[in-house]
Design a protein. Structure first.
Length: 155
C-alpha cells in the first residue's frame, strides 16, 4: 500500500509561480499628440529595485514606418511582447500583400494580449504607449496598462 502524505513543501514544489513584482523596471514614458504627428519620449534607465542598474536600454521601438511603441514597467515582459510584435510584422512582410500594422491595430492587439494575460492571472507588468500616423494621415496615440485598460486619442 502506497500512502503519500502531502506536506506544504511538496505541494509548493509543484505549484506554478507567477511574477508578483517586477525586478528590472523602466520608469516613465511620455506621449504627446499634435495636429501633424506624435512625439513619444522615454529615458534609457532600467532600475533593479532602487539601484540604477542599466543606463542604456531603449524602451521605444519602431514597429514599421508609421508605428512606434514604448513601454514602462518590467523590461523582461517588454522584451517578450516586443519579440511577438516583431514576429508578427515579419510574418506580414513575408506575405507581400502590402499590409502594414497601423498604430490603431497594434494598440488594439496589445490591449487584447494584456487583458488575456491579466485574465489568466499572469499579467505582463507594463504600461504601453503606441503612436504613429494612420494610413489616411491622421496621428494616433494610445495607452494600455497591465490590466488591459486602454485609452485612445480620436480626432
Amino acid at each position: 500500500m502506497n500512502c503519500s502524505v502531502q506536506t506544504p513543501q511538496t505541494v509548493a514544489k509543484d505549484a506554478k509561480q507567477h511574477t508578483l513584482s517586477p525586478t528590472c523596471t523602466g520608469a516613465s514614458v511620455l506621449g504627446i499628440k499634435f495636429s501633424d504627428g506624435v512625439i513619444i519620449a522615454a529615458d534609457m534607465l532600467v532600475s533593479y529595485g532602487s539601484l540604477a542598474r542599466y543606463l542604456d536600454v531603449e524602451r521605444i521601438s519602431m514597429v514599421n514606418d508609421n508605428t512606434v511603441m514604448a513601454c514602462s514597467g518590467d523590461i523582461a515582459d517588454y522584451q517578450l511582447l516586443k519579440r511577438r510584435v516583431e514576429e508578427q510584422t515579419h510574418t506580414d512582410s513575408l506575405l507581400s500583400d502590402g499590409f502594414t500594422l497601423s498604430p490603431r491595430a497594434l494598440h488594439s492587439w496589445i490591449t487584447r494580449v494584456l487583458y488575456n494575460r491579466r485574465s489568466r492571472m499572469n499579467p505582463l507588468w507594463n504600461t504601453y504607449i503606441v503612436g504613429g500616423l494612420e494610413s489616411y494621415g491622421k496621428p494616433f496615440l494610445g495607452y494600455c496598462d497591465l490590466l488591459g485598460v486602454c485609452k485612445c486619442s480620436y480626432s
